[in-house]
Design a protein around this ligand. Structure first.
Ligand code: TYC
Length: 117
């Protein structure tokens, strides 16, 4: 880890009278930024939700074009589960709620879940 200077106090420079008198530089050993925890949002297969509805979900809530949406839907259909996207906790939670609410409104049993990466 690279120690980076973060604060320099009371350094005046110039004629030398005040330069660096009683001052110090402190450094941090940790980077200031932290990687956020990321979560996969997954769709689960079922026997009843229409393929076209799942494609619509992927376009509407996961910004997929028709080709990507169709590919993901078929992956879920053939393998039982598939990834819609990877997001921070709050975004993933919102996507899951939006999908579950929309599916319920249309009386489809589609299931959407999130899992920590
Ligand atoms: N298996 C469904 C069908 O044959 C299609 C489907 C795909 C359902 C993906 C859910 O997450 C899903 N109509």
């Amino acid at each position: 880890m690279i120690a980076r200077p973060i604060l320099m106090q009371n350094e005046k420079g110039g004629d030398g009278e005040n330069a660096n008198r009683g001052t110090s530089v402190i450094t941090r050993t940790k980077p200031k930024t932290k990687k956020p925890n990321l979560y996969r949002v997954l769709l689960l297969n079922d026997d009843y939700t229409p393929m076209e509805f799942v494609i619509h979900i992927l376009e509407r809530f996961f910004q997929k074009d028709r080709e990507a949406a169709t590919r993901i839907m078929l992956h879920v259909h053939n393998h039982g589960v598939g990834e819609c996207g990877i997001y921070t906790y709050e975004v993933a939670e919102t996507k899951v709620s939006q999908v579950m609410d929309f599916a319920r409104q249309h009386q489809h049993p589609l299931q959407c879940v999130m899992e920590k990466k």
